[in-house]
Design a protein around this ligand. Structure first.
Ligand code: NAI
Ligand code: AKG
Length: 410
């Protein structure tokens, strides 16, 4: 067998931030990745820029911001794992342009978020947050005023994806009437009713809950105008992203009594660790449930996420499989240990595949199999071959014009 120039697993440096579930470290170690640094907190920009210089793989949750500026420092980085559903904390385009696939866990914490939202719906409908806060101060607010069952009330779900549709099922099982609004056509689960517009949903709902990603279109999608269209005495729940609701406008709607209460799990600026102070204009309201971005923070969800994302990272690092990457052409491959495997990531320029193949044919090397996937920006090629010139091949592959990254896996 030819001499190998691939990076030994024990030299692949992996940095896990934000207290990712220990199942992730166990799975990495079991797969031979023992060079793992595990930190319980996020890092600020300066610390991250320094640390990321030597790291091959990084695992983060929602607090770490992998901006273009940070990624520029990541000279060795070849994969990112978001141990979350959301990937808005990563500049996905910048990562792709550096040839770095980003993986996430699209539904390991779905149920946990949906359960929290249902619990908050019930508590808000009963006025529990205010009564609880008063009881802590020694006040006794025994009253049925403004306290309702959820049965037969209307819940309006904005974003009918994984979480929104779980909320739909749970809410219906409690006897609620489910309405939803999504920009895409969606299968209505149970007796759920689709709304033609956001305004239609806002007008009809007793409680509105948001389950959309952070995008240009969703930022501040609930602002003064939308809040004014909600029923008087309605409730708002935001467990999506802090950018989606204008909290200053929400503050006004609560002060005026137009809304009867709210719950917020996510904020435009969240503390980087549990030691940092949390500030929000919503803190003055007893009738608002504030939680520290814990929608997905259950033992079950975190353990599942730890395993799921690590599995994707290992498949990429071991075999080159990009299935589940959110910013990358997808190739699913089993290892072929009889051969050598090269990866080539390049700008999507016509004719480049010929230049890559020329590297092999110019040396008289037969390509056993080859896989190519492209998107508008990049191409991703995997080549299985057998040669005793792997070092030369790798060097030549790196010289091909428009190359972003070339690696030899084994
Ligand atoms: N609080 C927490 O701990 C957690 C929060 N999240 C947040 O929840 C979000 C939703 O998660 P999933 O349901 O898994 O995502 P998903 O991708 O399955 O569903 C999102 C839905 O929103 C719809 N959508 C997008 N833009 C929209 C718009 N402008 N108006 C209406 N609908 C729109 C999409 O078509 C899709 O159906 C995540 O992106 C993440 O930001 C996710 C997990 C935990
Ligand atoms: O728990 C976390 O760190 C992130 C949860 C979240 O917001 C997500 O999965 O998108």
């Amino acid at each position: 067998m030819a001499k190998k120039f691939s990076l030994d697993k024990k030299f692949i440096k992996i940095l896990l931030l934000e207290g990712i579930h220990p199942s992730s470290v166990e799975s990495l170690n079991a797969a031979g990745y023992t060079n793992v640094e595990y930190l319980k907190t996020a890092l600020d920009e300066a610390e991250l820029e320094e640390k990321i210089k030597d790291v091959h793989v990084i695992g983060i949750r929602s607090r770490t911001q992998l901006t273009e500026k940070v990624l520029k420092k990541a000279r060795k980085l070849f994969a990112v794992g978001c141990f979350s559903i959301g990937t808005n904390q990563v500049d996905l385009t910048a990562a792709k342009q550096k040839g770095i696939p980003v993986f996430n866990a699209p539904f390991s914490n779905t149920r946990s978020v949906a359960e929290l939202v249902l619990a908050e719906t019930i508590l808000l409908m009963r006025g529990v947050p205010s009564k609880n806060a008063a009881a802590h101060r020694g006040e006794w607010l025994k009253s049925a005023k403004n306290s309702y069952e959820v049965r037969d009330k209307n819940i309006g779900i904005i974003g009918y994806g994984h979480i929104g549709s779980q909320v739909s099922i749970l809410a219906e099982s409690l006897g609620m009437n489910v309405y939803f609004y999504d920009i895409e056509k969606k299968l209505c689960l149970g007796k759920a009713h689709p709304c033609h517009s956001l305004d239609d949903l806002l007008k009809i709902s007793d409680v509105v809950t948001l389950h959309v990603p952070d995008t240009e279109n969703t930022r501040k999608m609930i602002s003064k105008d939308q809040l004014s269209k909600m029923k008087k005495g309605a409730l708002l729940i935001n467990a999506s992203r802090g950018t989606v609701v204008d909290y200053t406008a929400l503050t006004e709607a609560l002060k005026s009594g137009h809304l009867a209460g709210a719950a917020a799990d996510v904020f435009p600026k969240e503390p980087a660790s549990n030691n940092e102070k949390f500030h929000s204009e919503l803190q003055e309201f007893d009738n608002v449930i504030l939680t520290p971005h814990i929608g997905g923070s259950t033992s079950e969800a975190q353990e599942n996420i730890g395993k799921e994302v690590v599995e994707k990272l290992i498949r990429y690092s071991d075999n080159g499989s990009t299935i589940g990457a959110v910013n990358f052409p997808q190739i699913s491959l089993l290892p072929n240990r009889e051969k050598q495997r090269f990866l080539h990531i390049h700008k999507n320029v016509p004719g480049l595949l010929k230049d890559i193949n020329d590297v092999f044919t110019n040396k008289g090397i037969n390509i056993a199999s080859q896989y190519l996937q492209t998107d508008a920006d990049i191409g991703y090629v995997i080549v299985d071959t057998e040669s005793d010139m792997s070092k030369t091949i790798l060097r030549e592959l790196k010289k091909v014009p428009h190359t972003i990254k070339a690696r030899m896996l084994y």
